[in-house]
Write a protein that binds this ligand. Structure first.
Ligand code: UD1
Length: 416
């Protein structure tokens, strides 16, 4: 089992380029089954989640080749409609194949994704919406058997702007008869990227990025070439690494608009931040100031995927910060690990109160999920002495060669 070994104290300084967004790549890879043709995707990070997605595509008859950061998916030979259970269990977001496969094949068998490390993640919104479009979905023995001779465009009102449900509906609606309207849709930048990808192959989607998305059904799609948008959470994590180590960093290939809520909080804790074109420069203060409150919300609110990294920062800030996690129930598992490093945190349900301490001290800690693991690495960069972050596999799901990039920015970190 891999682990990161960090000797804290070095400032993070220098320049790094941010690669393609994991949360864009995964649904777009699922969407490659739609056209039954060649899909060329650029700026694909090296992540274990991308490898799982590749395995799924191959298991259903697609050809997938990779050269550097470009992946070519040829979905001409798509033959199967069963998504292997073991792979769905390894990665919850493989559930996005539900909409894509229903669209292309009119049929799919997929195992129930179940809970995950950040708490129960229901799929009721996905299923209800697809049923409203005419899909027949039977749930038995832990599997979902889905069929739709013809999906029909309809008006769908989401109770919550779920990212995954919005994507599944968009994918299902591509070939549906008539127009599908999604209201209270998720507005994340990754939804816009999916719209751009599908439209580039001849789909007719409009409104992504707003709360109402319209999808007009089409009959066929073409070959496509697409570059993935930069990862706003990876960018936020590197900015936080500089912030927690009194460093300064320049990130290239970012979209400033996507980072606004994160940059706003970094400024609030005393960082000097300047965006110019597609770069951002951050200079950290000598002492971070506590942020009164950080509440996670759907985009454009503060992202739940940056909550744990921001908590790591606040552990050594001057003052008290309150975190309110409104998206996932069980997303404070990093708090107890940070406490092993000397942090002062009290968790009560969806609220965590962090009282800044003078310093953290290196300890053996356990990454329990992807972003929580990143938070522990940040804490390790700032802590006195050696920190060992076990269960590195969680972190590898979402950060491309993290150890090498941090090393190039001055960190003392090893992957063992
Ligand atoms: C996506 C992201 C994840 C991010 C999350 C919220 C990907 C691959 N993952 O996850 O990194 O943290 O958005 O920004 O893009 N819900 C229901 N019923 C449903 C679906 C969701 O109640 O049918 C609830 C969930 O339990 C959760 C909330 O809605 O409380 C948000 O979930 P959702 O937006 O669907 O997140 P994901 O798409 O799973």
């Amino acid at each position: 089992m891999g682990k990161f070994v960090i000797v804290g104290g070095n400032r993070i300084t220098g320049e790094a380029r941010v690669g393609g967004a994991k949360n864009s790549v995964l649904p777009i890879m699922a969407a490659t089954v739609l056209n039954g043709k060649i899909n060329v995707l650029h700026d694909i990070p090296h992540l274990s989640d991308v490898e799982i997605m590749t395995k799924i595509l191959k298991s259903i008859g697609c050809e997938v080749t990779r050269e550097g950061t470009t992946i070519v998916v040829d979905s001409t030979g798509l033959s199967g409609c069963e998504i292997p259970e073991s792979l769905v269990r390894e990665m919850r977001s493989s559930f996005i194949f539900l909409g894509a496969m229903l669209s292309r094949c009119g049929k799919v068998v997929i195992s129930y994704p179940g809970g995950c490390e950040i708490g129960p993640r229901p799929i009721d919104l996905h299923l209800r919406s697809l049923r409203e479009m005419g899909a027949i979905i039977e749930e038995k023995h832990g599997f979902l058997y889905c069929e739709a001779k013809e999906l029909k465009g309809t008006e769908i009102q989401l109770d919550f702007p779920s990212v995954g449900a919005t994507e599944n509906i968009m994918l299902a609606a591509v070939f549906a008869k008539g127009t599908t309207v999604i209201r209270n849709a998720a507005r994340e930048p990754e939804i816009i990227d999916l719209e751009n990808f599908i439209n580039a192959m001849g789909g007719k989607i409009s409104g992504a990025g707003s709360a109402t998305i319209c999808i007009e059904g089409v009959e066929t799609l073409n070959e496509v070439e697409h570059k993935i948008i930069p990862d706003r959470i990876v960018a936020g994590t590197f900015l936080a690494a500089a912030a927690i180590t009194k460093g300064n960093i320049i990130l290239t290939n970012i979209i400033p608009e996507h980072l606004q809520s994160i940059l706003y909080k970094l400024k609030e804790c005393g960082c000097h931040v300047v965006c110019k074109n597609n770069t951002v420069k951050l200079q950290a203060p000598e002492k971070l100031v506590a942020i009164d409150s950080i509440k996670t919300l759907p985009y454009p609110g503060f992202p739940t995927d940056m909550q744990s990294q921001m908590m790591a920062l606040m552990t050594i800030s001057d003052g008290i910060s309150v975190f309110i996690e409104t998206i996932f129930e069980n997303r404070f598992k990093h708090a107890e690990e940070l406490m092993r490093m000397g942090a002062n945190i009290k968790v009560d349900g969806r609220v965590a109160i962090v009282k800044g301490v003078k310093k953290l001290s290196g300890a053996m800690v356990n990454a329990k999920d992807l972003r929580g693991g990143a938070a522990l690495i940040l804490a390790g960069l700032a802590a006195e002495g050696k920190t060992i972050v076990e269960n590195a596999k969680h972190v590898e799901r979402g950060y491309d060669h993290l150890e090498e990039v941090l090393k190039s920015l001055g960190a003392n970190i090893q992957y063992l």
